[in-house]
Write a protein that binds this ligand. Structure first.
Ligand code: XUL
Ligand code: CO
Length: 438
């Protein structure tokens, strides 16, 4: 029997239904419950973020570690990495999630040399593979940390020094190998430092071309090694860069189209990144979805009063309901999932707080799945929206959309038919209806 890192949680978290008052139970997330033909687990595909949940220590810009994490103090760097992997799989199993995500440097320590770092990664990947096999927990996505090491301060693939570009490529090559070895269903690119601080020293055009070249190389390498997972880009406007090139969904889609990468990528939309870009979460999800490019979600929330990437657990039912509407309307996330890229607050110091945090996020999304499913089944919004645009489905509206008319004819039409009448958008009525369902 392995060491127990979460002694307060003796058994897997049960589903007890909405009347339960047990804080260590699900009130809505009932893994095997069917909602419109799929189980909740199949719809939601929850994933734990290794960097926050296992490696997070509560430190912030103003102070050091506040969390008590036995696994982070278990001997030398590799012993710690193994202990952390043990804690991780104990956590996944007790929580009842099927997936996790990691950066290469979360799971294995960097070494003195690049070769040593690769060897460490290989060692821990072998260990993770064994634990995945024993538990059935799977890898949703892997990624490379190309932002923490000081050498990436001025970017990874967008670095002005080609030697740094080469290092980033070598690191992604190994992270892709690791993701393939662990059966990862996706691979994520988040360009934390792929942007700039000042245009005084930056050739923006060249940097974007470098980024595109890098992504093409990744596509080629994935093909070479037989990695079939989905490539994802995770937009964010800033932080740590002042201005990140993958600013938001629309910018990222335009970038992918410009550089002939669009067929190889989808987007991983994060709630807190959306609000940092001054969009709503549902706006970013919708922009990605209507392009057929919503691949996965980093489920969290920000704090509008703080205004930075607070990565809080998602508990706002309005936001999670609107998110589930987009996800259900596109028939799910395919190989993607809902990854809790979130961490407990600095004062939530105990390992058991990790359970409370994830239970809250999972219940919020499970409840929103049920709500969104009912809204769609009962056509609450869709009927209103189709009526609102009905004039484009026949007569002159249909001819406009079929490209069968022009400005001259439309002028004639107005002169004959007279001015259009205004119609209410009924926003408040719809907001009330949404509230009724939530
Ligand atoms: C940072 C962020 C990353 C990515 C993976 O804001 O969201 O953790 O999800 O690199
Ligand atoms: Co993220």
């Amino acid at each position: 029997m392995k060491h127990t890192y979460f002694p307060e949680v003796k058994h897997p978290i049960p589903y007890e239904g909405r009347d339960s008052r047990n804080p260590l139970a699900f009130k809505y997330y009932n893994k095997d419950q069917k909602v419109g033909g799929k189980t909740m687990a199949e719809h939601l595909r929850f994933s734990v973020a290794y960097w926050h949940t296992l490696k997070g220590d509560g430190s912030d810009m103003f102070g050091g570690a506040s969390f008590d994490r036995a696994w982070l103090k278990s001997g030398d760097a590799l012993d710690c990495a193994r202990a952390t992997m043990d804690a991780a799989f104990e956590f996944y199993q007790k929580l009842g999630v099927d997936y996790y995500c990691f950066h290469d440097r979360d799971i294995a320590p960097a070494g003195e040399t690049f070769a040593r770092s690769c060897k460490n990664l290989q060692t821990i990947v072998d260990y993770a593979k064994q634990l995945q096999k024993e538990t059935g927990v799977k890898l949703l996505w892997g990624t490379a940390n190309l932002f923490s090491a000081p050498i990436f301060t001025s970017g990874a693939s967008t670095n002005p020094d080609a030697h740094v570009f080469a290092l980033a490529a070598a690191q992604v090559k190994n992270a892709l190998d690791a993701t393939l070895a662990l059966g990862g269903e996706n691979y994520v690119f988040w360009g934390g430092r792929e942007g700039y601080e000042s245009l005084l020293n930056t050739d923006m055009k060249r940097e974007q071309e470098q980024l595109a070249r890098f992504l093409h190389m990744a596509v080629d390498y994935a093909k070479k090694i037989g990695f079939k997972g989905q490539f994802l880009i995770e937009p964010k406007p800033c932080e740590p860069s002042k201005h990140q090139y993958d600013t938001d969904a629309a910018t990222t889609l335009a970038f992918l189209r410009t550089y002939d990468l669009i067929d190889h990528f989808k987007l991983n939309i994060e709630a807190n990144h959306a609000t940092l870009a001054r969009h709503t979460f549902e706006h970013e999800l919708t922009v990605a979805s209507i392009a057929g490019k919503l691949g996965s979600v980093d489920a969290n929330r920000g704090d509008l009063l703080l205004g930075w990437d607070t990565d809080q657990f998602p508990t706002d039912l309005y936001s999670t309901t609107l998110a589930m509407l987009v996800i259900l309307n596109q028939n799910g996330l395919g190989s993607g999932g809902l990854n809790f890229d979130a961490h407990p607050r600095r004062s939530s110091i105990d390992p058991v707080d990790l359970f409370h945090a994830h239970i809250g996020g999972m219940d919020a999304f499970a409840r929103s799945l049920l709500t969104a499913h009912r809204i769609i089944e009962e056509k609450v919004l869709s009927d209103f929206v189709s009526r609102r645009y009905a004039s484009y489905t026949s007569g002159m509206g249909a001819r406009i959309m079929a490209g069968e008319t022009d400005f001259n004819e439309l002028e004639k039409y107005i002169l004959e038919q007279g001015l259009p009448q205004m119609k209410s958008g009924r926003q408040e009525m719809l907001e009330n209806m949404l509230n009724d369902y939530i």
